[in-house]
Design a protein around this ligand. Structure first.
Ligand code: ATP
Length: 472
């Protein structure tokens, strides 16, 4: 099989081939780059393994380019990198690995190409292409990775139980590749993941969360989350999500399985946006449901206040998963808190005031909120979905109309606290807050328009109610 390198890649690989021949060191392209080339996925980084010193080879390769690129190298790991524009090439000596039970960091020793291929996680990741002068471009595929690529199958080159026990991060990687490539995981490999799931505890949270985020950014993230659930890994890495699973019945009345509902919402959200944090908001939108679930006689299942409880859980979950506790977390929290608001507006006579309040509370995140709310409409009953979507469209239109009129979305108070203090000779104090809040409420309730003149007159009126005298 010939691998279709671009002309630029061929030029670069020929130079590497020359440099390696000069040193008398056999070298090979290996791993993800080869896999992605065969699949036809876009590639940017290439790994080169050589039977010698990777750092020395990198320096020799750099000398073939004009201008000569800098070589970044890490002596302790024996690795070196060269960047050619946006193409990054990493060089390392072939190695053999052996593991102890308590760590996923192996003992390493120099090895053959075969040793190096044996230490790879999946057959599709163990393919190598020779960059030797004589056999340039020859594929070396000891584990039939090519067949697995065409069968769209993920399996380990060696015994899977051992492979996953050695480095349990590989379990997360298997599931992530299944999601990214839309490949199946071979049954024996998957059984070994189930059996080794408990070993995930020796993997750092950062590495686990890295994989979760990659699963999250897949075209259809539900695939990875579902595999995490079925493998038993999800219970260990994110138990709150597993609590969503299952439908309970009382008096023949059930509720929907909130785990699968959440996955559906996530996939629908992912069709609309590639933003990681909006996708996290979809995963977490109903996370407060298990804690608020009740069966009410004559009413059925309720989850009152789940949006408030869920929003409170967001920082705790972010902390545990070592996701950043920054504005992105705040955005996710806000969307979880507000996710019922747009749809609740369809149930009543929509007043302008309710619309203005939603615009005010959502602010510039109103579009993200509407996206989540739209994705949240799932049901097996197509009529119901159609009706909900129509109602939702009405709310969207009203939001647009009211926003055009009243410009609430990026609301800035027309009267500032400073102006109130100056006008009535006040220090920063309670009455200033009372007047400011009253102006905001009057605007949101439609008592006065969102304009300076009207707000100024309202301020004077409110101040006289508080017996405040203007000082100028
Ligand atoms: P991506 O860049 O999308 O993460 P990749 O396959 O290039 O995919 P890297 O993490 O860059 O993944 O790893 C490069 C190669 O190193 C892999 O293709 C695989 O052969 C090997 N590899 C990486 N991590 C492991 C691991 N934990 N166990 C065994 N082999 C691994």
């Amino acid at each position: 099989m010939e691998i279709a390198f671009t002309a630029k890649e061929t030029g670069i690989f020929r130079k590497i081939s020359e440099a390696a021949a000069g040193l008398g060191v056999p070298c090979y392209l290996i791993g993800g780059f080869v896999r992605d080339k065969i699949i036809g996925r876009p590639t940017k980084d290439a790994d080169i393994v050589c039977l010698g010193d990777g750092i020395e080879l990198a320096h020799a390769v750099a000398a073939f380019f004009d201008p000569k690129p800098p070589v970044a190298y890490f002596k302790t790991f024996g690795t070196a990198q060269i960047k050619l524009g946006d193409f990054e090439i990493e060089f390392v000596g072939a190695r053999r690995e052996s593991y102890t039970h308590t760590s996923r960091k192996p003992e390493v020793a120099p090895g053959t190409l075969e040793d190096d291929q044996n230490r790879r996680d999946f057959t599709i990741n163990a393919l190598a292409v020779s960059l030797g002068k004589e056999d340039f471009g020859t594929l070396i595929d000891p584990f039939n990775g090519l067949v697995d690529i065409s069968n769209q199958l993920i399996q380990t080159p060696l015994e899977p139980l051992q492979t996953f026990s050695d480095d349990p991060l590989r379990m997360m990687r298997a599931i992530r590749f299944a999601g990214q490539l839309q490949f199946a995981i071979d049954a024996k490999t998957f059984a070994a993941i189930k059996e080794n799931a408990h070993r995930i505890r020796i993997v750092s949270q950062e590495r686990i969360t890295d994989e979760l985020n990659k699963i999250m950014l897949c075209e259809k993230p539900s695939v990875g989350w579902d595999l995490l659930y079925k493998s038993g890994l999800l219970k260990l890495v994110f138990p709150q999500m597993v609590d969503l699973q299952g439908a309970e019945y009382v008096d023949g009345k059930g509720h929907k399985d909130n785990f699968y509902h959440t996955l559906q919402v996530l996939d629908k959200m992912s069709e609309k946006t590639a933003d990681l944090w909006l996708r996290w908001a979809a995963v977490l939108h109903d996370i407060g449901k298990p804690a608020t679930k009740k069966f009410e006689e004559g009413h059925g299942w309720t989850f009152h206040g789940h949006e408030v409880v869920g929003a409170k859980m967001v920082p705790k979950i972010f902390t545990r998963l070592k996701l950043p506790l920054n504005d992105k977390m705040k955005l996710v929290q806000k969307l979880v808190l507000l996710h019922l608001r747009p749809i609740s507006l369809t149930k009543e006579n929509i007043t302008d005031s309710a619309i203005r309040r939603l615009l005010f509370d959502a602010g510039e995140d109103i579009d993200a909120l509407l996206m989540l709310c739209n994705s949240d409409i799932t049901s097996k009953n197509e009529q119901k979905v159609k009706r909900y979507l129509q109602n939702f469209e009405l709310v969207r239109q009203r939001l647009q109309e009211v926003e055009e009129n009243d410009r609430i979305r990026n609301w800035q108070p027309p009267i500032t606290g400073e102006l109130i203090m100056q006008k009535f000779g006040l220090p920063p104090s309670k009455p200033v807050g009372i007047i400011k809040d009253a102006i905001r409420e009057a605007i949101l309730d439609g008592i006065i328009p969102n304009e300076y003149e009207a707000a100024y007159a309202f301020m004077l009126q409110k101040a006289s109610e508080l017996n405040l005298q203007a000082v100028e």
